[in-house]
Design a protein around this ligand. Structure first.
Ligand code: HEC
Length: 84
């Protein structure tokens, strides 16, 4: 992410899994992997980020992240704007 605070959060949490093919997470910048997930809508994605979803840990290991930050991080990783 271009925002330094967000880039820091990304590097300390999301990146550990979302840039590691062995983690089975949709990879950062892999639009194809994210497309079916984005189709669930931003509310569901946010819910899964906050409450966890299978191998996705609750809060993605960022307990201090705000909803706004989660949405920005998801948009960054998906490399496309989130649906409403
Ligand atoms: C410990 C590893 C790990 C970390 C850290 C992590 N994720 Fe994930 N994430 C996963 C895995 C694994 C999945 C795939 C879960 C599945 O589909 O079964 C996933 C899936 C997701 C999804 C898609 C959920 C869906 O409904 O399809 C979102 C959104 C997400 N992560 C956001 C984040 C954000 C934002 C961060 C950083 C704040 C983060 N993750 C950090 C492992 C991680």
């Amino acid at each position: 992410p271009s925002d330094p605070a967000l880039a820091q959060i990304y590097a300390n949490s999301c990146q550990l899994c979302h840039a590691n093919p062995a983690a089975n997470a949709p990879l950062t910048g892999d639009r194809k992997a994210w497309e079916p997930r984005l189709r669930q809508g931003a509310d569901t994605l946010l819910d899964h980020a906050i409450n966890g979803y299978n191998g996705m840990p609750p809060m993605g290991q960022c307990v201090e992240c705000s909803e706004e930050q989660f949405l920005q991080l998801i948009g960054f990783m998906a490399n496309q704007p989130l649906p409403q």
